[in-house]
Design a protein around this ligand. Structure first.
Ligand SMILES: Cc1cc2nc3c(=O)[nH]c(=O)nc-3n(C[C@H](O)[C@H](O)[C@H](O)COP(=O)(O)OP(=O)(O)OC[C@H]3O[C@@H](n4cnc5c(N)ncnc54)[C@H](O)[C@@H]3O)c2cc1C
Length: 535
């Protein structure tokens, strides 16, 4: 069963060795485990729903709790300390577009607001009920999961938007195809959620980000239906797909999506190279990106993330052998790990591997083969389970991400890491912070930061530690010309920084759009943009 107050299935764990625990304690300080609130404690405090009875609306308290929070660190703090203060008044699980229309009409009549809910894996507060007196109806989409059409000639597959990653891929795999969209939340996140947050997958260098894969579809809005035909290209004014991409449930409910799919690749290969330091690694990655090598992924971890990954992996003997080998090649403390993936035919994979390794060697890279890449592939969706282990030990872990043009990237990474590492100095607390380049483009790359700090015995104090770190990092991102989010979206957590990126006029345009589709502000209010008409 899926955990209600943590990540993933309660049958899966990510244990740490004692050496790994000692490593963390040495950098951050010894943690104190804090007891978590029990499910019963929280269920007792859920107030009665305010929506009345309706055949499509479920008021089961467990379901209401499960839909109350996502996966952001503030969500974790609320769930683990048992201080969740707002719950949806009811949860509907429509099975058809007709059901969705009925729910929108119910909301219009009753004045309730609707929160579209995919897999609830949002890490920025997207699906949390807003403050205020408006009753909240969460529309949980998991019962709309079918592939309703497959056009092999055009390689387009039409899915109901509530389909989860594994279920979508299983339906395509059965006919020899793949979407190729693999965010790390793949196990639980859904197609509608990916589109509504402009998500990015681990192999998006090959298959494309979700905006490249989303050809068209249907959105049911409070003002009617928006149909987006899957043209291969169009010059008919601004592309309305881009109004829906990243709309965060603010305009309506995406019910169907027509997706560009690919035949299953002959081969997926993942290789590992170590560089003497970050600067050389980054130059190699930039050269590969500029050369448009047909790679599926490139992930360059900084020296501290490289070291931490090797320690937390727990394979002490193998890591010792690896360290010895790298030492013999002159790679020491500052070494950085590059994982690169290649997808395609046997011939294309072989050719691309040779080209990528030529670039790597020219920048001091040492190839260590495929073993670590294979391990990464096997455990690519398991890493988030570490969040459970760390919390149980007494550590909070959060991630944040941005994208920069190449020119700004070196100073940005250094400054953001410093902002995080020094963020709790006033409280006498240490923060373990490291980063990797996660997606590359010709003109720049995205940076993905992980930071770990100690939980206190108090929810408000722990939240305040997170707020300090998040604010310091977000301001530094903006100061260095980065986007406030490369893939996680805006939700509530990035809302205060959106104006710096879009400008006043840009925000006004977004609010006008929201007003057009949702003039009464019933769709996911308080997220992305406040589009309610004043007066
Ligand atoms: C461990 C972990 C790893 C992650 N890794 C990645 C990653 O690699 N790449 C990445 O991009 N993100 C990642 N994320 C973030 C998150 O998984 C994505 O934002 C994802 O796209 C959310 O999908 P979801 O189905 O869970 O949506 P939800 O969290 O349920 O909702 C997110 C937003 O989408 C809206 N929405 C959902 N469905 C619909 C619909 N049918 N119609 C209209 N609006 C809808 C909601 O209203 C909400 O505003 C990760 C999160 C976690 C917890």
């Amino acid at each position: 069963m899926r955990r209600w107050n943590g990540w993933g299935s309660d049958q899966v764990d990510f244990p740490l060795t004692s050496a790994a625990k000692a490593y963390l304690a040495d950098i951050i300080g010894a943690p104190t485990p804090r007891p978590s609130a029990s499910l019963e404690d929280i269920l007792h405090r859920i107030p009665p729903g305010r929506l009345g009875t309706h055949p499509l609306i479920n008021t089961d308290p467990v379901l209401r709790l499960r839909c109350a929070r996502g996966q952001s660190l503030p969500d974790w703090i609320a769930l683990r300390f048992g201080v969740v203060d707002r719950f949806p008044d009811g949860v509907a699980q429509p099975t058809s577009e007709h059901g969705v229309e009925e729910l929108l009409s119910f909301a219009r009549k009753t004045g309730a607001c609707l929160i579209p809910y995919g897999g609830g894996t949002s890490v920025v507060g997207h699906i949390n009920p807003p403050p205020g007196d408006q009753p909240v109806l969460t529309v949980e989409m998991s019962k709309m999961f079918r592939m309703s059409d497959f056009d092999e000639t055009s390689r387009l597959a039409t899915f109901d938007a509530g389909v989860s990653g594994p279920h979508l891929e299983a339906q395509l795999r059965a006919i020899g195809y793949t979407l190729g969209h693999f965010p790390q939340s793949f196990e639980y996140s859904t197609l509608g959620g990916w589109i509504a947050t402009r998500s990015s997958g681990q192999q998006s260098l090959y298959y494309g980000r979700i905006e490249d894969l989303f050809a068209g579809g249907r959105v049911i809005t409070p003002e009617g239906i928006l149909d987006l035909p899957p043209f291969p290209a169009s010059a008919a004014g601004p592309d309305l797909r881009h109004v829906v991409l990243g709309s965060e449930g603010r305009l309506g409910i995406i019910t169907q999506a027509v997706m560009r799919v690919s035949p299953l690749a002959e081969l997926d290969r993942f290789h590992t190279v170590f560089f003497p330091d970050w600067t050389q690694g980054m130059s190699a990655v930039r050269e590969m990106a500029r050369a448009s090598l047909p790679l599926a992924m490139l992930r360059l971890t900084d020296a501290l993330e490289t070291k931490t990954t090797l320690v937390l992996a727990g394979r002490e003997r193998i890591v010792r052998l690896l360290e010895r080998l790298l030492h013999a090649r002159g790679l020491e403390q500052e070494k950085c790990l590059l994982l690169f993936g290649i997808t395609g035919t046997m011939e294309a994979v072989r050719k691309t591997r040779r080209l990528a390794l030529d670039v790597a060697r020219a920048h001091g890279g040492v190839s260590v083969g495929r073993r670590m890449g294979n391990e990464w592939r096997k455990s690519r969706f398991r890493t988030p389970y570490l969040r459970n282990t760390l919390w149980d030990l007494g550590y909070a872990v959060d991630t944040l991400e941005s994208a920069f043009i190449w020119k700004n990237l070196p100073s940005a990474i250094e400054s953001i890491l410093q902002a995080l590492r020094k963020g709790l100095e006033a409280a006498g607390e240490k923060v373990l912070a490291f980063a990797h380049i996660s997606h590359v483009y010709k003109s720049g790359a995205s940076l993905y930061f992980t930071y770990i700090f100690r939980i206190t015995s108090d929810a408000a104090q722990t939240l305040s530690r997170w707020q300090k770190l998040k604010q310091a990092a977000s301001k530094t991102i903006i100061a260095h010309g980065g986007t406030i989010t490369h893939q996680h979206g805006v939700g509530t957590d990035h809302l205060p920084y959106l104006e710096a990126e879009k400008g006043k006029l840009g925000l006004q345009a977004l609010a006008t759009l929201a007003n057009t589709f949702d003039p009464h502000g019933i769709m996911n209010p308080g997220k992305l943009v406040d589009g309610r008409k004043q007066g």
